[in-house]
Design a protein around this ligand. Structure first.
Ligand code: ZN
Length: 341
C-alpha cells in the first residue's frame, strides 16, 4: 500500500508554512549573521544565513522545536497506513550505500555490539548490520517504511520519532544516524541526549550534507527540510562541545557528505570553543558560482550518471540473479561483497 500522495503533499505544504522565528547560531550562540541564500532548491522562499562568529550555515528564521515535534508526529500518523514497499532499484541503491557505511563502521566497531540506527528508512543498513552480527534496533518516523523493514527483514524497528522515543542510559555500543542531524532544531541538545543512551566510550556515527560540496548547483544548495548545512570544522566542534572525541571525519567522494565517527567521553577533559570557519565557507560560496559549477564538469557528470543509472541498475540486478524480493537483493549484495573481500 502506498502512502496517500495528497496527504504527503498537504504535509509538505504544512512544513513550509510552519511559523518561523529568528534564532541565534545553534553552534556558538551569537546572533550576528550574513544572509547567504533567499530561496530553497525548488525556488521557494527560504532565508539561509551564515553565523559571523563561527561560519555555521542555518535556516533563519526557523520553526520552533515544539512545532517541528507536532509536525513530525502528524507525519508519523499520516504514514501509518500499512507497509510501504520500496522498488527494487531503491533497495539496490540503498543496499550499496549501506555496504559502504558498514565497511567503514567495521573499522571502529567489532560485532557483536548493540547498535541503534536512527532514521532507519527502509531498513537496508539495519539489516546488513544484523547480517554482520550486530544486534540492531532502528527508529524510523515513516510508519510505512518502518513496517516494511520489520516485516521484510525481521528487524526491531520502532515506528516513531527521535523526540518521542527514549531508551535506558548506557544501552548501545554505537548509534548511527545518516542524514538526520540536519533536520533537528537543536543538534547539540540531540547529541547530548543520544550520548546518554551510549555505553561509556560508545560511538556516534553521523552523516550530513556538506555546505562546501560542489555536488549541487549553487541555486540548489539549500533544502527547505534542512535546518543546518554543516562545514567540517563546525561539525567536529559540535561533537567536541557535547562531550565526544572525534575519531574520524570522512568525506564521501562525489557528494562530499561529511561522515563523522566520534567517541563518547564520560569525563571530557576540555571545553573548547567553536573555531571560525567563516572565511573558508565564504570563500567556497565565492568560488562556487553557477558558471564555475558548469566548468567543473559536475553538472555533466550528474546528467550522464542519471542517464545511465537505470541501465546500470538493471545489469546489477541481473548479475545478482534477478532477485524480486528486497531481502534477496540485500542477501546477494552482502554475499557478493563478502566473497570479494
Ligand atoms: Zn556561530
Amino acid at each position: 500500500m502506498d502512502v496517500d500522495a495528497q496527504t504527503m503533499a498537504r504535509l509538505e505544504a504544512r512544513s513550509v508554512q510552519l511559523a518561523r522565528h529568528l534564532k541565534p547560531c545553534p553552534l556558538c550562540g551569537r546572533t550576528e549573521h550574513d544572509v547567504v541564500g533567499t530561496r530553497d532548491r525548488d525556488g521557494r522562499d527560504l532565508r539561509t544565513v551564515m553565523c559571523q562568529a563561527c561560519g555555521h550555515v542555518f535556516t533563519n528564521p526557523a520553526p520552533n522545536e515544539d512545532d517541528l515535534k507536532t509536525y513530525y508526529t502528524e507525519y508519523y500518523r499520516s504514514t501509518y497506513k500499512g507497509v510501504l514497499t520500496p522498488k527494487r532499484k531503491h533497495v539496490l541503491r540503498a543496499g550499496y550505500r549501506a555496504l559502504e557505511r558498514l565497511s567503514r563502521l567495521r573499522g571502529f566497531l567489532t560485532p557483536p555490539a548493540k547498535v541503534l540506527d536512527v532514521g532507519a528508512g527502509g531498513g537496508e543498513f539495519a539489516y546488513l548490520l544484523s547480517c554482520t552480527g550486530y544486534d540492531v534496533v532502528g527508529v524510523e518516523p515513516n510508519a510505512g517504511y518502518a513496517s516494511f523493514a520489520s516485516q521484510s527483514y525481521g528487524l526491531d524497528i520502532r515506528a516513531t520519532t527521535l523526540e518521542l522515543i527514549d531508551f535506558p542510559a548506557a544501552t548501545f555500543d554505537a548509534i548511527t544516524m545518516h542524514h538526520v542531524l540536519e533536520h533537528i532544531a537543536d543538534p547539540s541538545a540531540a547529541l547530548k541526549r543520544l550520548a546518554c543512551w551510549l555505553k561509556p566510550g560508545g560511538l556516534m556515527v553521523v552523516e550530513v550534507p556538506n555546505v562546501m560540496s560542489w555536488f549541487h548547483a549553487p541555486r540548489r544548495r539549500f533544502h527547505d527540510a534542512h535546518l543546518h548545512t554543516f562545514n567540517h570544522a563546525g561539525l567536529e566542534d559540535i561533537f567536541t562541545a557535547t562531550g565526544f572525541k572525534v575519531e574520524s571525519l570522512y568525506i564521501t567522494p562525489g557528494t562530499a557528505h561529511l561522515n563523522i565517527v566520534a567517541r563518547e567521553q564520560t569525563s571530557p577533559t576540555e571545553s573548547p570553543s567553536c573555531r571560525n570557519a567563516t572565511s573558508d565557507v565564504a570563500a567556497h560560496f565565492k568560488r562556487h558560482t553557477e558558471i564555475a559549477h558548469v566548468v567543473s564538469g559536475m553538472a555533466f557528470k550528474r546528467i550522464w550518471g542519471n542517464a545511465v543509472r537505470p541501465w546500470r541498475e538493471r545489469q546489477m540486478l541481473v548479475s545478482l540473479g534477478n532477485p524480486t524480493v528486497a531481502r534477496d537483493i540485500l542477501d546477494r549484495l552482502f554475499a557478493a561483497k563478502s566473497t570479494a573481500a
